[in-house]
Structures are given as C-alpha cells and as structure tokens.
Write a protein of this length. Structure first.
Length: 406
C-alpha cells in the first residue's frame, strides 16, 4: 500500500473522512445516544446500515439503473451512502483529472454537484472559490455543512436543467476557469433525445468559461454511460469544440465503431479504509478509481498540437498472450493495437512492459501489423505524459489526421 504524502489526493481525502462522518451523523434521524462513535470510522451498527444503503444505491445506479435521474439524494439513507462511499471516490476522480488541466483553475462551478466532492476536490487542488449547483436541497445542505466544517469558500444554489432556466442565471455575468459535471450527465433526459440535449447543456456550460478555461465531465466507467459520453463528445467536436483530454484523435471517436468498445480511465489510488470497509459490507470492490471523462476547452480555443512523433494514449489494460504483450492505444492517427514480443524487449523499449491505462507514449521504429502496429528490437518507448498529467503540446502545425486508420 502506498503511503500518502501531504498535498497528494489520498492525503487530502483522509482529512475529509471525519467531516463526512460528522455531517452524516448530524443529519441522521434517531442518532444513537450512548457510545461515542470514533471520528474517522463507523460503529458496527452504522457499518451495517450504510453498507446496506450502498448496496441499494449501487444496484440502482449500475444494473437496471432505475435510480439514475431519481431523487435518491433526498432520501436520508441513500444520501448517507453517497457521502461515505461515493463522495470519496468522486473526489479522487476529480483530483485525478483536474491534475491533467494545463493550468490550475481559480473559480469553479460544479453542476450536479450533489454534496460537492468535485467542488471540494477543485478547492483542494488550488482553486480559490467554488459554486455548487444541484436540484437536491438536501445534498446542497450537506455540501454547505461540509464547507463550514472545512472552512472552505463554497457557495451553493439550486439548479435543475429540466426547468430550462438558463445556466447564466446561476451566477449572472460570472465566468469560471473550470466547470465540473460529475456523474450527472448520464442522469439527464434518459431516452428523450438525450445525446443532443446533453450536448446542448454542455455547450451552455462551455459558454460560462473564461478564456483558457475547461469543462470537465466525469461519468461512470460502464459501457453504456461511457459510450453515451463519447457520442456527446462527437457532437461537441462536430460543433467545433476542442477536446483537451483524454482524446488525441480529432475525428469521430473510434471506440464507437464497435458496439463492444468503450473508453475509460483508471487511476491507481488506494481508497480510504472507510470506502474499502463499506465496499466489502456492500459486496463491492473499489480498489482502483475507474471513470470515463472528457475535458473540453473553452469556446474559440483550438486543439493543442499533439506532441511530435508517433504518440498514443494507452486505452486498455495490459493484454498479455503467448510471449507477447499488447495494449490498445489511441492517438492522432486513431485507435489501434500496439504489440511487443517478449523476445524483442530491449532497454530502449522495456518501458512498454509497465504502462498504465492513460499514459501517453511516443514510439519509434514500429511496423504495421494487422490492424495495429508491432514494436520490435529496434523500437523505443518513451512516456510523454503519465496518466493524469497534462500532455505537452507539440510544435504548432503538427498534422493531425481526422479519420481512424488514415
Ligand atoms: C451521482 S450524483 C453526482 C454527485 C457529484 N457530482 C459526484 O460527482 O459525486 C448525481 C447528481 O446529479 C443530480 N441530478 C440528477 N438529475 C438532476 C437534474 N435534473 N437537475 C439537477 N441535478 C440533477 C443529483 O441530484 C445528484 O446530485
């Protein structure tokens, strides 16, 4: 297990655990008298109660998804499950993607904030002020209580995009360096021309950005929610918006070509013991932080030139088979398999053996093989940007094909 150091997300998150527990206990009806609970852990009866609610929320948000779009945060037990299990995970996802922005945001708007994990992650990552907006008054009041406990400058406003109030009305005239939308887009307009309406909302959010700002959308790493995000990405790209991350490819997303493909990211962060304990109680595993995400640049900004050379983002886990290691990569020239045989490993390409999903690499000395490329003894592999770090822009004018496989 990695030991968290000051300023790293796991360390910062550890400081939120007692606040989350305190806010949850304050809002819990019929709070037990008697034994004084520990500030950073659950008592056995609390663990049973929250574990059962986590299991119910998880079922409702993953399998049939009957809770997606429902007012589950208005229900005390489910809000409790959210605060103690999902909040820390969303927080880590936000930290693991905000770290990829080219510059640190100052003013942040968190849409569909719930109890605010994305907003607080942005504040911990150096933002000076954040505004949280959600339709659940109960979730917003938990966000306010957390802000008081932490002494953080968080504003909170009720917001429901279904009511068609313009986003501008949330903070008239204000512009933000970052707008976050964590796990909310997939809950909006399900089955009601959702792709176009979600793209419209994201465009409206983009118009609230200051020059150089970013819109960050994080979604569950499920096939359907991830593919839905990719379709919205394609609509935004077709409308002229530039993607900062994770895409290096400027054309229609190649992962949409085959129904079985999707795109998700993973950050190797240990969740806090409370999350592990609750996950166990609910029969879930959460040892890595998985998500689908998209960072879109403020309107009018073009795509950053990709780094020079043949670059790919690793978009799969390692796929070992019979003396050969493969990954899926996606870069300016599209999505393809990258393979290296064990017998061809050298000092110059050995880094291939330990790549993580999300790393951006530059390869040289490769050959076309099937519908991908093969690395050999003459190849080199260099990590240009590790997962979760900004990709350095290449020289202006670097050509970027827009058709997969071109
Ligand atoms: C899964 S929670 C995400 C909370 C937080 N952003 C995060 O990343 O953990 C989804 C949030 O979307 C909000 N939401 C769902 N439908 C909404 C709607 N029509 N208008 C406003 N918020 C909505 C819910 O109230 C809830 O806070």
């Amino acid at each position: 297990m990695r030991v968290p150091t000051p300023n790293d997300p796991a360390h910062d998150l550890a400081r939120w655990i007692p606040r989350l527990l305190a806010v949850w206990r304050e809002g819990r009806r019929g709070s037990r008298g008697g034994r004084r609970p520990p500030p950073d852990a659950l008592l056995p009866d609390e663990l049973r109660e929250v574990g059962a609610a986590v299991a119910r929320l998880s079922r409702g948000l993953t399998r049939e998804r009957e809770l997606a779009g429902a007012r589950y945060l208005d229900e005390e037990r489910l809000l409790g499950a959210y605060l103690l299990f999902y909040w820390p995970v969303s927080y880590l996802q936000a930290r693991g993607t905000i770290s990829e922005l080219p510059r640190r945001p100052r003013a942040v708007l968190d849409l569909g904030s719930g109890p605010g994990p994305m907003a607080f992650a942005a504040l911990d990552a150096g933002a000076a002020e954040a505004l949280a907006a959600d339709r659940s008054a109960r979730a917003l009041s938990a966000a306010r209580a957390l802000a008081r406990a932490a002494g953080e400058p968080l504003g909170a406003r009720e917001w429901n995009p279904a009511r068609r109030t313009p986003l501008e009305a949330l903070a008239p005239g204000r512009r933000f360096d970052l707008v976050t939308m964590g796990h909310v887009v997939n809950e909006l307009w399900k089955g009601q021309d959702e792709d176009a309406r979600r793209a419209d909302l994201l465009e409206e959010a983009l118009r609230l950005l200051a020059p150089g700002g970013s819109l960050l959308v994080v979604e569950p790493a499920l096939r359907d929610t991830s593919r839905a995000l990719l379709r919205v990405r394609d609509l935004l790209v077709a409308r002229g918006h530039a993607v900062r991350a994770p895409c290096l490819f400027r054309g229609p997303c190649p992962a949409l070509l085959r129904e079985s493909d999707w795109c998700h990211a993973e950050r190797p962060i240990d969740p806090p013991p409370l999350v592990t304990q609750l996950g166990k109680a609910a029969g879930l595993r959460k040892e890595a932080v998985k998500m689908s995400y998209l960072v879109v640049a403020a309107p009018g900004e073009g795509w950053a030139a990709p780094p020079a050379g043949r670059v790919f983002r690793i978009v799969s886990e390692p796929l070992p088979s019979k003396g050969r290691l493969r990954y899926m990569g996606c870069g300016p020239e599209g999505r393809m398999g990258l393979a290296l045989q064990e017998k061809h490993v050298t000092d110059a390409n050995r880094r291939f053996e330990s790549l993580l999903r999300g790393d951006v690499i530059e390869v040289t000395g490769v050959e076309p093989r099937g519908d991908g490329i093969a690395l050999g003894e003459a190849s080199s592999v260099k990590v240009v940007a590790p997962a979760g770090r900004p990709v350095p822009a290449g020289p202006p004018g670097t050509p970027a094909p827009t058709t997969a496989g071109e």
